[in-house]
Ligand binder design. Structure first.
Ligand code: HEM
Length: 410
């Protein structure tokens, strides 16, 4: 890794790299150490679990500049790619999901999917998502309290919605839930992730064949009868692209819904505002996305040329991580950033990333979170945490931050 620009003062030793990723001390807030890092114009040098080094970006303007720069590469095959999980780089380099591709390959694949997630398409899904959430609240309430909001509500909502969208039959739901638990955890070994992905690909491969023979009104059928049939994508690449969409769409909502519900229970004044004026809900969802930033460390990149930042440069050939949680708490962009304010007027957070890879499923993500939270708080007015949030086990080893379980009473 080359020296940062600006270079350290002559004669002074460069600061020791920090070990990354860092743990959250509060489940609702990105690691407190980001605050100190943001005080310096130069990015922070970090050692990551693979033993490699990468730069950490913590300023809002730097994060946006570095994610939208044409020299920012997401290609996992680059030797400096700063993958954080065990085996993550090898798997991504082999499978080439489009989240880890550069243009023009990335643009070509993304174009095949973007039409599935337009505001209009997603709006059409609302009644079905409302039905799924109502059904899963009934399931939760059928259990003795306290019950787990992660396993008995959010995970069930999230897997059902993504499987409906893609056209994964209900009888495969449990199987899918098991696979994604292993593949989404950083504590899984390379072999475990490989086995889980092989199972997932087995399932998707079977669905591709079934839908080619008997297409339905779902995303996999449209990809099979469209781009695959026209020879615009190989079957192998299609498997990867469906796999990443399933995984990304499920993991994020599964973690975000219970954490957001808990944050609102911990801020009863904010929940009261939403109860008084439900038109605040869409803005509140964006504020919760900013405040919680569950996908903080997902934006892994390599600079293919020098990338200029406000007070520094990321040297060509170096890996960097644009910390979305740090950017979303930058006081230069959000006044009083540590405050959860459901009426906050700004929606310019980067919780869905920024630039070419900005979340393709964000309209669906927003809707799912809104409907899941509204249904829950409407149907269960006395909902309350059964364990203090600080004591809840965390999924710190996962690519997306979340809580292992959130026991609630009512
Ligand atoms: C619910 C909250 C969600 C959050 C916080 C979130 C966050 C993100 C972020 C930060 C990225 C950018 C990654 C990067 O730049 O390297 C991303 C990309 C992506 N997300 Fe989401 N996401 C959410 C929901 C969803 C949903 C519901 C789906 C699909 C159904 C989805 C599918 C994807 C895909 C396929 C990409 C890759 C896009 C590309 O590389 O062009 N996400 N997401």
């Amino acid at each position: 890794m080359t020296a940062p620009v600006p270079a350290p003062e002559p004669g002074s030793a460069p600061p020791e790299p920090v070990e990354f990723p860092l743990a959250r001390s509060c489940p609702f807030s990105p690691p407190a150490a980001y605050e100190g890092m943001r005080g310096s114009a130069a990015p922070t040098r970090a050692t990551i679990p693979s033993g490699k080094e990468a730069w950490l970006l913590t300023r809002y303007d730097d994060v946006r500049a570095a994610l939208s720069h044409p020299a920012s590469s997401s290609d996992a095959r680059h030797p400096a790619f700063p993958a954080l999980g065990k085996g993550e780089q090898a798997v991504a380099a082999e499978l080439r999901p489009f989240i880890r591709m550069d243009p023009p390959d990335h643009t070509r694949v993304r174009r095949m999917l973007v039409g599935e997630f337009t505001v209009r398409r997603v709006r059409e899904m609302r009644p079905e998502i409302e039905r799924v959430c109502a059904e899963q609240v009934r399931h939760l309430l059928s259990l003795p309290a306290p019950a787990d909001l992660v396993g008995e509500y959010a995970n069930r909502v999230s897997t059902t919605v993504i499987c409906r969208l893609l056209g994964v039959p209900l009888e495969d739901l449990e199987f899918f839930r098991r696979i994604t638990t292993v593949s989404g955890s950083r504590s899984s070994t390379e072999e475990e992730v490989g086995a889980a992905l092989a199972d997932l690909f087995g399932l998707i491969g079977r669905l591709i064949d079934e839908k080619a023979a008997d297409p339905q009104d779902d995303l996999i059928s449209r990809l099979v009868t469209g781009p695959l049939a026209r020879g615009e994508i190989t079957r192998r690449s299609l498997l990867s692209q469906i796999g990443i969409t399933l995984n990304a769409g499920h993991e994020t909502s599964r973690n975000m819904i219970p954490l957001a519900a808990l944050a609102l229970m911990e801020h009863p004044d904010q929940l009261a505002l939403l109860r008084e004026d439900p038109s605040l809900w869409p803005g509140a969802v964006d504020e919760l996305l900013r405040y919680l930033s569950v996908a903080d460390v997902i934006t892994l990149r390599v600079a293919t040329e020098d990338i200029p930042l406000e007070g520094a440069t990321i040297p060509a050939g170096d890996g960097y991580i644009a910390l979305l949680g740090a950017a979303n708490r930058d006081p230069a962009a959000f006044p009083d950033p540590g405050k959860l304010d459901v009426a906050r007027p700004q929606r310019n957070h980067v919780a869905f990333g920024y630039g070419a890879h900005q979340c393709v499923g964000q309209n669906l993500g927003r809707l799912e979170i809104e409907v899941a939270l509204r249904t829950l708080f409407d149907q269960v007015p006395a909902l309350r945490p059964a364990v203090p949030p600080q004591d809840l086990p965390r999924r710190s080893a996962s690519a997306i931050f979340g809580l292992e379980e959130v026991p609630v009473s009512w």
